[in-house]
Structures are given as C-alpha cells and as structure tokens.
Design a protein around this ligand. Structure first.
Ligand SMILES: Nc1ncnc2c1ncn2[C@@H]1O[C@H](COP(=O)(O)OP(=O)(O)OP(=O)(O)O)[C@@H](O)[C@H]1O
Length: 353
C-alpha cells in the first residue's frame, strides 16, 4: 500500500517547480494505518521548499486527490513541513540564500518593502536576516523600532545582529551616531559591506535579505562581487521616471549575472478610505513595461503603512489585515516561491532527493 501511495504521488507536480514531489524529495513520510471497516487511512508529510510556499493549498488538494485514487484508501491526511534548499555552495556559512532588494530611484519604498518582506517570511516560519546596505540612508533600524540600539561584538569579535520582530538585522544606523552623514569612498564602502556580510554572527538563515542603496553604484558592485547571491528583486513605482531607472538597475544585475527574481510595484494605487474609490496616482501597471520579469505584486499607497514604519512596527505585523500588508505578505510568498525555483533549477538532480 505504501508503495502504491508513493507511486500515486509521482503524478503530483509542484506547480512552480514543474517536477513531481517524489523526484523533488518533498515526500518526507507516508503512514498507512487500517481504517474500519476495510480500508486504510493514509497520512502524507510533504516537505515544502519554503515555509512561505504560496501554493500550499494547491499541493494539498493535488496530493489528496492523487492518494484517493489508490484502491483501499479511505482517508487522506496531509501534513506540511518545510526546508529551504541551499544552492550547491552556500553564499555564506550557515546562510542558504542572499536576496538583494534594489531600486533605480530613491524613495520608491525599497526599504519598507525589504523590511516587510523579511518580517513576513519570518512570520511564515523561516529564519531571516536583514542587512541594511543602504549606507547613505539607512532606515531599516528606524522601521524596526531599533534606531537607538547599538551593535556589539561577541567573544569571536563578530558583530551580533540585532533582533526585532522575529528577524536579525545589521544597519549602519546602529554603528554611527544618528544624524551624521557618511562620507565614504568606494574602498571604504567595500570593506564595510564585507564586514556586514562576513564579520557578523548571522547564524543559520534561510534568507539574508539585503536592502541596497538606490541606483547602480559601488555598494551594488561590491555585493555582487563578494557573495554568490540567489537573485535580486527590483522595487519601483509605476511612473515612467521611476521605470527608466529601474530598467538601469535590472541591466546592472544582468551584467553582474544576478538573476532577477521579480519586480515589485509599490505605491501602485490608492484606495480612498471613505468611498473605496481606487485612484491610480502614478499610473498603475508600469512594472509590466520592464520586460519579461515576474511581477511579484502591487502594493497600494497606504498612509497607515507609513505610520507603522515610523512607529517601528512593520505593516505586516502591526496591521496585517490592511490591503498593503496583505499585498506584502503575498509578495513575500511569491518571492519565496521564485527563490525555490531559482535554487532548484541550479541543483543537480542527485541533490534533490
Ligand atoms: N506603500 C506605501 N504606502 C505609504 N507609504 C509608503 C509606502 N511605501 C513606502 N512608504 C513610505 O515612503 C517613504 C520612503 O520609503 P522607503 O524609505 O522605504 O523608500 P526607499 O526607496 O528605501 O528610499 P531610499 O532610496 O531613500 O532609501 C517612507 O516614509 C515609507 O514609510
């Protein structure tokens, strides 16, 4: 019976990875117990490639349907676990995936998106780090309510990331006195980035999210040259002036051989709270003009999301029911799905099972 169930699961494909769950090594356990009067109760544990899997419900439905086709099966119970896969060589010891969040222009909401995605992934059960590489305008610490915290070293003289809202983060804001400008040249920036990446006690992470400065400068170059990143996401607003710069950022990543995992359109639209009327303030849907890259989602302009950021509690935690927060949670799931696709497409078959 167990073999027949396993065989039936070979017909169930992961909808994003387009491969069957068995050959992807996603079936962790099959239990078969007698079920009165004459059949069997089957319990299947599926190990997803990310706890933030956006297609869990589809997989559950398909597994249930496939196992029910096996003669003698009366009930099916589907359990889920998750283990984020690692590329052939981890980018940093203990870190499975480094994800860059970039933008062409400043002020498009890149840091807010990075912070909210990080917290949403952590809430799904993943271990998440956030590195604020936006050295000229570090806002991550403030958005996480840790603007006054100070980074300290451990016994091995490594920086200890600060914990907040379920994630670990490091920001220049927690090193330099508030309000002071950083006047650094390329080589100094490079060494700061190296320290944040390699001289920090990140521990074990499924995802290390890096909030880049806007544009296409030294920090981006330094990062793509010093660590094997899984991919980058680009945050843009819908208007042409932002899209032109976003296209430049995409081109930079292409030249550095960094895969684009998707585009996030922020401030896509505004829903009037009194009437519910939707206003496309900056012309919605511009991100689709950026070529053949997946659109991970559209986040509305929402004053409460701005307020949450200023209060130091990201919208996905403070007000998860708002449209903006729901969009950000969905984006985090879509991104986690893209990361799985990217990682698994590079792994040799033998490492999957
Ligand atoms: N969807 C949104 N709705 C309302 N306010 C938003 C939204 N996204 C971002 N903001 C607000 O816009 C401001 C700029 O956002 P943020 O700092 O994230 O942008 P950025 O692109 O990282 O900027 P910079 O490039 O200067 O670092 C912040 O006050 C933030 O709270």
């Amino acid at each position: 019976m167990r073999e027949a169930v396993l065989e039936s699961l070979r017909s169930v494909n992961d909808p994003e990875l387009h491969r069957d769950l068995v050959s992807l090594g996603m079936i962790e356990r099959i239990d078969v117990t007698p079920h009165a009067p004459s059949g069997h109760a089957v319990s299947v544990k599926v190990n997803l490639t990310t706890p933030a899997c956006p297609l869990k419900a589809t997989i559950e439905r398909d597994v249930r349907a496939a196992v029910m086709t096996v003669p003698g099966v009366e009930t099916v119970n589907v359990e889920f676990g998750a283990q984020v896969r690692m590329p052939t060589t981890p980018p940093l010891p203990g870190v499975k995936n480094v994800l860059l969040v970039g933008s062409g222009k400043g002020g498009v909401g890149k840091s807010s998106v990075a912070v909210n995605i990080a917290c949403a992934l952590a809430q799904s059960g993943a271990s998440v780090g956030l590195m604020d590489a936006d050295v000229y305008g570090p806002s991550v610490a403030h958005m996480l309510g840790q603007g006054q915290a100070k980074l300290v070293g451990n016994a091995e003289r490594k920086m200890v990331p600060i914990e907040a809202h379920g994630i670990r983060f490091i920001s220049m804001a927690n090193l330099s006195p508030a309000g002071q400008a950083l006047v650094w040249r390329g080589p100094m920036l490079h060494s700061a980035i190296q320290q944040f990446l390699k001289d920090a006690a990140w521990g074990n992470l499924d995802y290390l999210i890096v909030d880049l400065p806007p544009g296409t400068g030294d920090v981006q170059l330094s990062l793509t040259q010093s660590v094997q990143v899984t991919g980058a996401v680009i945050v843009t607003t819908p208007q042409d002036v932002a899209l032109i710069d976003a296209a430049r950022a995409i081109d930079m990543f292409r030249k550095a051989s960094v895969p684009i995992l998707g585009i996030i359109e922020n401030m896509s639209y505004f829903v009037a709270p009194d009437t519910g009327t939707v206003y496309d303030l900056f012309g919605r849907g511009g991100a689709a003009k950026l070529g053949n890259h997946p659109l991970l989602g559209e986040v509305p302009l929402d004053p409460s999301a701005r307020q949450d950021a200023d209060n130091g509690v990201p919208a996905v935690i403070a007000h998860p029911e708002t449209q903006a927060a729901r969009a950000l949670i969905q984006i985090a799931e879509n991104l986690a799905g893209r990361v799985s696709v990217q990682t698994l497409s590079e792994l040799p078959m033998a490492q999957l099972v």
